[in-house]
Structure formats: structure tokens, C-alpha cells
Design a protein around this ligand. Structure first.
Ligand code: BG6
Length: 492
């Protein structure tokens, strides 16, 4: 049974409050936690942005967002109205001078509350906003800052942002969000590996042939073209979400779940990733860009048209790559990663493929042997399957066939998974940084990704086109097939 541990009273100030992230994710997540009675009516949510709005007009927007993103059955009238009373709006230009008296006035009434400053703005404003918070005396002992990704555009800009924010907030007060870590099923990777003895004994190069991580999305750039075109799939997804998944899969058992114990182990994995030399990038990575096609039976435009008529772009909307973790545990076990927009399915899945049996005692006609596979479905239809060979029942000789041990978490626990942000926002109030990225992790991830970005920038070849609704360019299939392996066939 889920248990709710109430948090201390807090004031939650969001910069960038009129943006998509705040209205689509943060406001609904806070509403759900309020609905679960995790925080009291003494708490306040302070929406800050440059637009000229009042508490009332912002509440109308917040309510509209809730109606769009929360199932109607969960929007009980009284709870909704009580929640909206906790929402205030303040007009401030976070990176400049105007509006700070009003922010000060809002906070003056609650000096003892935990203060969460959530920066959902462009990362190049993070330093200036933090500096303003300090200059206006808003940073108390019980204050924390939450930084949305991307932290920078490359290693140098990431370091600059980290330095600037670090002038105001200590590392302990800084929460760098990677919302994948807030997903219950991603945390379940820790439970699977470290709360069971059976997998960990097999979790190494002796028996594992390779690992696949796929994060597919059916959406295109959805009005986020300006951000996305400066980012691309490698920065937007691989540098953070996919590498974090890889860390949880590849790391050594931490000595505890204390924030630093876990992050120390993840950092070791990031540092053990073999850097790609410029001449290797061409065959260890594939980048693609979607062109018009059909997703789930619906015709959709290509990326360039999504950006706007007449636009050109070399930004990748798909990336597949082969990574190597240089540790004894993972020697010669490739990690194949792929992610993209406008793929046929929204799916996040990890496949641990075990080695072939050393020698078969079965006659070749008994069946084609298939190696064991552990398939961990992170979303949707969360669950775990273990593919194994079994005897085909009935007479007619000893014939074999593949079968699966299958647990669906949805069916097993009959629960609805909370959104990743719900857990993470409450963790910032609680002061638990376990599921947030430490400074050195962010830097190590950029350090590994940067040679790929550089090699791409220095190569005149454009990203390879792929039809929307396909699994990326054919070169992504060749990337793994060249090694005598295939992408998990159910995904294509
Ligand atoms: C975000 C990326 O971090 O993650 C988006 O910026 C992406 O481009 C999103 O769509 C995917 O998250 P989720 O929770 O929908 O799997």
C-alpha cells in the first residue's frame, strides 16, 4: 500500500510559470500531491513570469491546465478550489531588476517555510535569476533551487551555469532534475537489481551478451521547435535520460541509498564510458531526421515542415549508438542505445540479452535455440518478461519452444503510477537529492557526449532521413546487425 508522508510547509516559486512545463507537469503534479494530502493549506505555489497577470487570471490558466491534464474523476470540486487558493501570481523578470519587491512581499509572511525556487526558464538565465534571489535576500537556510534540464548546451556552458548557480546555492541546495529518475519503473530497476539475489549474480559479462535501451516517442516537436532545433536528440534525451538509465543498469551496488552513495556509483559508470575517437563516431553513432510519414495510421509532416515553412536544419530527431562501459563487469558487452521522435510507438524498454548456451545437447531439429532475454518495460504497460526455452508439451519427441515468464506491474499491483514529477517535487521539499543529478554527473555526461557532437559538427553529412512511423534510418539497424545482433524484434 502506498503511504503518504506529509512534508513540511513550503513556498514553491516557479520561474517560467506560463510555460508548457509548468502548466503540463508541475501544476498537475502539485495538485495530485495536495489531493493526496501530502501538504497543508499553509503552503503556497507562487507562479512567476513576465506576463501581466493577476492571481485570478493565472488561476484560470492553472485550472484549464488541470482540466486538460488530470482525469476528470480526480478533479473533485472542493479539492480543486482549495488547491487554486494556494496559487498566487507575481510578475517579475527573473533575470532583470523589475518586480522583485513583489516577490519579497510574498515571502515576507513565511520566513520559516521551506523555499523551493524552481527554474523552468531557459538555462542561460539560471545564473542571473539565482543572483537576483540572493541580492534580494530571498535565499534562506531552508531554500533550494531546482534546475530543469538541459543544464547547458555543452560541457563549457554546463560548467558556467553550475558555477553561476553555485555562487548562490550550495551543492546540497541544488536539485538538477532528470525526470526519468522520478518514474516509478525506473526506480524499480534498483529494486530489481538490489532487492533480488537472482539477477545480480548474472549481471555481468560472463553471461550477458549485450544490453539494449530504447526510448521511442510518437510525438514530433510539438511547438517546441525553437528549443528542440538547438538541442536535438543527443542533447535532449541521451545526455541525460538514456545515460541515467544506463547508469542504473550498469552501476555496482551502492553501499546505501543515500544520495551520494548512489550518485558515486552512477558517476563511476559515466566515467567508465569509453570516449569515442572522432574517426569512430561515424560508425558507432547514427543520427536521423524524420520526414513525412504515418504514425498510428495518421499522416504527419516531416521535421522541417514542423519547424516552419522554408526552414532547413541539420538537427537530429533520432539517434542510435553503441556504447562501451570499460569495467571488469562489462568488458566487451556493448550497450546499444536508441531514441527518437515520430517512431511507431511511445515505449521505453531495456533488453538484457544473455549469451548463447555453450553447447546444445538437443538435436538441431528440436528447435532453433534462442538466448535468454530479460525485457524490462518502463513505459507503457510496465512489467518484466524473461524469455526462455521450454519443452514443447505433448508427444512427438523432445522439441523445444520459446516461452516467457511475464509479470505485468499494472496487473500485479492494480495501481495507477504517479507522474514522475510528483515524487521529485516532494523530494525537493523533503531535501532528498537521491534522484537528482550531482554536478560531477552532469559534467561527466557532457564530457562523453561532446566528442560525438563535435564529430557531427565537423562532418558535412546530414542526418539520415527516416519516414515518420518507422524505427529510424536503416543505418540504425545496420549498426547492431553488423555485430550479428538485432534490435528487440517486437519493437521492430
Ligand atoms: C523530455 C524531453 O526531457 O522528455 C522531451 O525534453 C521528451 O523531448 C520527454 O518528449 C519524454 O518524457 P516522457 O516522460 O514523456 O517519457
Amino acid at each position: 500500500m502506498a503511504s503518504i508522508i506529509p512534508v513540511e510547509d513550503f513556498d514553491f516559486l516557479v520561474f517560467g510559470a506560463t510555460g508548457d512545463l509548468t502548466l503540463r507537469k508541475l501544476v498537475p503534479a502539485l495538485f495530485q500531491r495536495f489531493r493526496a494530502r501530502q501538504f497543508s493549506s499553509a503552503c503556497r505555489i507562487i507562479a512567476a513570469a513576465r506576463s501581466d497577470l493577476t492571481d485570478e487570471t493565472y488561476r484560470v490558466r492553472a485550472e484549464a491546465a488541470l482540466r486538460e491534464h488530470v482525469p476528470e474523476s480526480q478533479l473533485e470540486a472542493e479539492t480543486l478550489s482549495n488547491f487554486l487558493q494556494l496559487v498566487f501570481y507575481t510578475r517579475v523578470n527573473g533575470a532583470h531588476e523589475d518586480g522583485w519587491e513583489q516577490v519579497n512581499a510574498v515571502f515576507a509572511g513565511a520566513p520559516d517555510h521551506v523555499r523551493v525556487f524552481y527554474l523552468a526558464t531557459s538555462p542561460n538565465l539560471y545564473g542571473a535569476v539565482c543572483n537576483n534571489l540572493k541580492r534580494h535576500g530571498l535565499v534562506t537556510q531552508k531554500s533550494r533551487v531546482v534546475l530543469e534540464k538541459p543544464i547547458g548546451h555543452d560541457l563549457a556552458s554546463a560548467r558556467q551555469i553550475i558555477e553561476d548557480v553555485g555562487q548562490v546555492f550550495s551543492e546540497k541546495q541544488t536539485y538538477r532534475i532528470d525526470h526519468f529518475l522520478g518514474k516509478e519503473t525506473v526506480q524499480n530497476l534498483l529494486a530489481l537489481r538490489f532487492a533480488n539475489v537472482i539477477f545480480e549474480r548474472l549481471w555481468n559479462a560472463d553471461v550477458i551478451d549485450h544490453v539494449q535501451i530504447t526510448v521511442g516517442e510518437t510525438v514530433g516537436v510539438e511547438g517546441r521547435g525553437d528549443y528542440y532545433d538547438h538541442s536535438g536528440a543527443l542533447r535532449d534525451m541521451v545526455q541525460n535520460h538514456l545515460l541515467q538509465l544506463l547508469c542504473l543498469l550498469a552501476m555496482e551496488p551502492p553501499i546505501s541509498l543515500h544520495a551520494d552513495a548512489l550518485r558515486d556509483e552512477k558517476l563511476k559508470v559515466l566515467r567508465a564510458l569509453r570516449p569515442m575517437a572522432p574517426h569512430e563516431v561515424g560508425h558507432l553513432t547514427i543520427r536521423g531526421q524524420y520526414v513525412a510519414g504515418a504514425v498510428a495510421g495518421r499522416s504527419v509532416d516531416g521535421y522541417l515542415k514542423d519547424l516552419g515553412e522554408g526552414r532547413t536544419s541539420d538537427t537530429e530527431t533520432f539517434v542510435a549508438l553503441k556504447a562501451e562501459v570499460r569495467t571488469w563487469r562489462w568488458a566487451n558487452v556493448p550497450f546499444y542505445l536508441r531514441t527518437g521522435k515520430r517512431l511507431p510507438q511511445k515505449v521505453s524498454e531495456v533488453v538484457i540479452q544473455f549469451r548463447d548456451i555453450p553447447i546444445s545437447v538437443f538435436p538441431p531439429e528440436a528447435a532453433e535455440m534462442q538466448p535468454n532475454r530479460l525485457i524490462i518495460r518502463l513505459q507503457p504497460e510496465e512489467g518484466i518478461r524473461l524469455a526462455m526455452m521450454t519443452k514443447d508439451p505433448g508427444p512427438g519427441g523432445l522439441r523445444l519452444r520459446p516461452a516467457e515468464l511475464d509479470i505485468s506491474f499494472e496487473k500485479a499491483f492494480a495501481i495507477h503510477y504517479p507522474d514522475a514529477y510528483e515524487r521529485l517535487l516532494m523530494d525537493t521539499v523533503r531535501g532528498n537529492a537521491t534522484l537528482f543529478m550531482r554536478r560531477d554527473e552532469v559534467e561527466a555526461a557532457w564530457l562523453w557526449v561532446e566528442p560525438i557532437l563535435d564529430a557531427w559538427a565537423n562532418n558535412a553529412e546530414r542526418p539520415k532521413p527516416y519516414a515518420a512511423g518507422s524505427w529510424g534510418p536503416t543505418a540504425a539497424i545496420a549498426l547492431i546487425e553488423r555485430d550479428g545482433r538485432t534490435w528487440h524484434e517486437e519493437l521492430g
